[in-house]
Design a binder for this molecule. Structure first.
Ligand code: ZN
Length: 458
């Protein structure tokens, strides 16, 4: 058999281009199908078109009346006096960019699609993994390995074929953000990292667009609308980024799936309010949800700052900057995102395997939480969670070990090789001279990948 893969010699750019073309073709065919079924042209946002020139969206000239199909589909929200036919037409003419197709992006995008938002843009560079499914509920087992943007787009099209969905299978960066974002009326921040928050904020200020911001971690969630109706932007409130080691994301801290589900739905509500210009969107206010106590708080935020570096009276930032450098953290939650140690303070999993095999005496310090060590662990470890290491508690255990056995090797390990580096830095100062301390690059994920394929990954 000589069946060469058609795409064998294609570059990533070729493939992305082709994917976009196919995406457009699917949209066109679906449109024809619906038109054939209805026996006439749709009045819905079918003419919203993204052609070769990505800067051109062409919206249909608005029809004065809603179609019979639109009235039937949206009847339950049409009878709301705050929405009515006028609000529905606004929705169908609007475009919303959802940045991040995960736990927040899934619910917000699907409710906006259900409500009849004309065009929804989906940004995500990542692919669906099994560990996403407990909260990113529109992806499916069958779509593991598929682009998240494409997967979410499929779910949207299944629900409402009238919505125009544009997938951006790429990370939003300083180079691409403005070009992508300028096409949309509203931006939803459904991401999970500080660098992207600043990037989205600054771009929204430059482009004069409201930013509906959501976040969720563990049992808690937050919601606010930045840069809207004279309210503050993200930088007005947080001029300086937090220290990278103090930031926890869902991947490290965990999250109950329904919490981002709730916050994402609220982001959709805020976007609809902004589009239809009804109610009071969360500008200058933040909603904080505590799932454990079941309480919602609304706190008043500071007003827009005249001294803000980006939206103030004399802004020092007038174009997008390098946000990873600014925040000292990567714009992703992937492995090895921080580099605190020099090469001689680190070892790789192969070297550690050799140490184990040749029974080199050492103490393995697992710096994860105790609940994580219950999920999986390497043999013979001492568990000192990174939190305790930072507070100096439990370190006396190590000192006792050192005093009893003389100078010895300490090896720190964590899930992905970030916290273990912080632990090494901290412990070096505490254990003093003579103590050899290293971390294991890539942590248990690297162990699972390179040494023991049966080792669980979470
Ligand atoms: Zn500001």
């Amino acid at each position: 058999m000589d069946s060469k893969c058609k795409y064998e010699n294609s570059t990533k750019e070729d493939l992305l281009k082709e994917l976009k073309e196919k995406d457009n073709e699917i949209w066109r065919l679906k449109q024809e199908l619906i038109e054939a079924k209805n026996g006439r042209k749709l009045i819905m946002p079918t003419a919203v078109k993204r052609d070769e020139n990505p800067s051109e969206f062409i919206f249909p000239s608005t029809s004065s009346r809603l179609s019979k199909e639109e009235i039937a589909r949206y009847s339950r929200q049409l009878i709301l006096p705050e929405i009515g036919p006028e609000g529905q037409k606004r929705l169908s003419k609007s475009s919303v960019l959802v940045v991040g197709c995960g736990g927040l992006g899934c619910p917000s995008a699907i409710y906006l699609a259900a409500a009849g938002v004309g065009c929804i843009g989906l940004v995500d560079y990542d692919v669906v993994e099994v560990s996403n499914l407990h909260r990113q509920v529109l992806h499916t087992e069958a779509r593991i390995g598929v682009s998240k943007a494409v997967s979410l787009s499929t779910a949207i099209q299944d629900l409402n074929g009238h919505v125009r969905v544009v997938t951006h299978i790429e990370a939003l960066t300083t180079a691409t953000a403005l070009d992508i974002m300028k096409e949309y009326d509203i931006v939803l921040d459904c991401t999970d990292n500080v660098a992207t928050r600043y990037l989205l904020n600054d771009a929204c200020v430059f482009l004069e667009k409201p930013l509906v911001s959501g976040s969720a971690l563990r049992f808690e969630g937050q919601l606010t609308v930045y840069h809207y109706d004279g309210g503050p932007c993200y930088r007005c409130l947080y001029p300086k980024p937090p220290l990278p080691e103090t930031v926890t994301n869902c991947s490290d801290g965990g999250v109950l799936g329904a919490v981002p589900g709730l916050i994402g739905c609220l982001q959709a509500v805020e976007a609809v309010k902004v589009i239809c210009q009804v109610g009071s969107p969360f500008s200058e206010r933040m909603m904080i949800y505590d799932g454990l106590s079941g309480r919602f708080h609304v706190v008043k935020l500071r007003k827009r700052s005249k001294n803000c570096n980006v939206c103030g009276e004399a802004p020092s930032i007038t174009k997008l900057i390098n946000y990873e450098q600014f925040c000292g953290a990567a714009a992703t939650d992937k492995e090895g995102t921080i580099g605190l140690l020099s090469p001689d303070q680190r070892m790789n999993v192969e070297e550690y395997k050799q140490m184990l095999d040749s029974k080199v005496p050492h103490v393995l310090i697992d710096v994860r939480t105790s609940v994580e060590t219950e999920i999986c662990s390497l043999p013979n470890f001492v568990n000192i969670p990174i939190k305790d290491i930072m507070k100096d508690s439990s370190i006396s255990t190590l000192k006792t070990l050192q005093d009893q056995n003389g100078p010895m090797q300490f090896i720190c390990i964590c899930r992905r090789g970030n916290d273990s580096q912080i632990a090494v830095q901290k412990l070096e100062g505490v254990l003093g001279e003579g103590a050899q301390i290293k971390d294991i690059k890539g942590g248990l994920h690297a162990w699972a990948q390179k040494i023991d394929q049966d080792f669980p990954v979470y």
